[in-house]
Design a protein around this ligand. Structure first.
Ligand code: HMG
Length: 389
């Protein structure tokens, strides 16, 4: 029996900000963002789109009635929690109509948590092969207006259905994690935006990558020439590119280099346009690879590097399943192009928009464009979600 990712769903917001426009507004050379960070635009959310609405939109694209009956575990990975007590997965369970005898939890460790969630899902299916797990990675990256990380914001949710005999990717048994207690990026409870040591965070990302990869090779005998592609956590594509460059040692043949480089370009196609979506970023890159590479075949091995500040990282590999392309979409780019371009003024207005609660703790919201689900009101401090499209 194999275990892995059967299907992948993805949703982002309906608004996008061009990084050239942002650069001009901040008095920065546009090439710093488009070439220096390798970012073209970023998804911006209105107040009515949050981690739950994006997760519901992503999951509803792929869920079947059979999934609703067989999913008995929902793992919601996020660092953009909407409640300190109630897990976002419980809202999601209700919105998606999953059968009642399910466990629904939320997990956090910066951009890393979805990877721990995926491994938990794998172990669950190992024990109960006829059950399925819904793993969600949903976040809104908000660094602050005119902050150092402003160009690396974004929003999006990935929904991964984990099952036995998966039709897209088999998860191999070679996960290796590393933990370091560092302060490279963190967000205390009293702050809506993170504190970041930008340059330090990029050094830590790269050092975690190379040291974990060296240990992975030792323990599991992995090597780059066996891999069709390597996907990375993508806070911005340039850092992932530096990651790939740091792994490609001089002994690698030209053919191996060309394969890894061209698949890397496929793997950042969506991330360039959406920005950092924190814990979903690696899985967006994986989806981008699967949907945009012309060179992948069944049996190909993909390396994955997950990194969450604080810091925990992990490297593992997955194997492509015969017929995988039938479970992917070919119209994703057209959908991304449909996002409404917004001005820097509109982006700033959306950034600062806050719920204005009345004395009962209630409010309803102006209508913004959202995906299939929206936060339509807050009623006596309770968030009200509805299917709207
Ligand atoms: P910065 O310091 O303003 O930028 O912000 P810089 O001066 O380092 O320039 C960036 C690149 O643009 C450089 O390229 C410049 O040379 C180039 P590099 O030398 O690195 O190859 N550049 C230009 N290129 C072409 N034309 C030009 C031009 N000007 C400059 N005219 C920084 C960079 C990453 C610090 C900032 O964006 C930031 O703080 N971002 C947020 C933190 C972050 O993303 N860290 C990544 C690692 S930590 C992580 O991945 C976890 C995270 O996702 C959170 C979580 O886990 O929850 C962030």
């Amino acid at each position: 029996m194999t275990i892995g990712i059967d299907r992948i769903g993805f949703a982002t917001s309906q608004y996008r900000l061009s990084l050239e426009d942002l650069a001009q507004a901040r008095g920065v050379e546009p090439a710093k963002f488009t070439k220096g960070l390798m970012l073209d635009s970023m998804s911006i959310t209105p107040i009515t789109e949050d981690i739950v609405t994006m997760a519901a939109s992503a999951a509803s694209q792929i869920l079947t009635d059979e999934d609703r009956e067989t999913i008995d575990l929902i793992i919601f990975a996020t660092e953009t929690g909407i409640d300190q007590s109630k897990a976002a997965s419980v809202f999601l369970h209700g919105l998606l109509g999953i059968q009642p005898f399910a466990r629904s939890i939320e997990m956090k460790e910066a951009c890393y948590a979805a990877t721990a969630g995926l491994d938990y899902a794998k172990r669950h299916v190992e024990k109960f092969p006829d059950r399925r797990v819904l793993v969600i990675a949903s976040d809104i990256a908000k660094y602050g207006i005119a902050s150092g990380g402003e160009a690396t914001q974004g929003a999006g949710a990935l929904a991964l259905i984990v099952s036995s005999n998966p039709r897209t990717l088999i998860l191999n048994d070679d996960n290796l994690a590393q933990t370091r207690d560092i302060m490279d990026f963190w967000r205390p409870n009293y702050s809506t935006t993170p504190y970041v040591q930008g340059a330090f965070s990029t050094q830590q990302y790269l050092d975690c990558l190379t040291t974990t990869w060296a240990e992975h090779q030792k323990r599991f005998g992995t090597s780059l020439d066996q891999l069709a592609a390597f996907c990375f956590h993508v806070p911005f594509p340039k850092l992932a590119k530096k990651g790939l460059d740091s792994l490609m040692t001089d002994d690698l043949t030209e053919t191996d280099r060309d394969r890894l480089t061209s698949n890397f370009d496929a793997a950042i196609t969506y991330n360039r346009q959406i920005g950092n979506i924190y814990t979903g970023s690696l899985y967006l890159s994986l989806l981008s690879l699967l949907e945009n590479s012309r060179a992948l075949e069944a049996g190909d091995q993909i390396g994955l590097f997950s990194y969450g500040s604080g810091a925990v990282c992990e490297i593992f590999t997955a194997t492509i399943v015969d017929g995988f392309e039938q479970h992917l979409r070919t119209d994703r780019q057209a959908e991304l192009d449909l996002r409404t371009p917004i001005s820097v003024d509109t982006y700033e207005a959306l950034f600062y928009d806050e719920a204005q609660l009345d004395e009962t703790g209630s409010t309803s919201f102006k209508t913004y464009q959202t995906g299939a689900y929206a936060l339509t009101a807050i009623d006596q401090h309770q968030r009200i979600y509805q299917k709207v499209n």
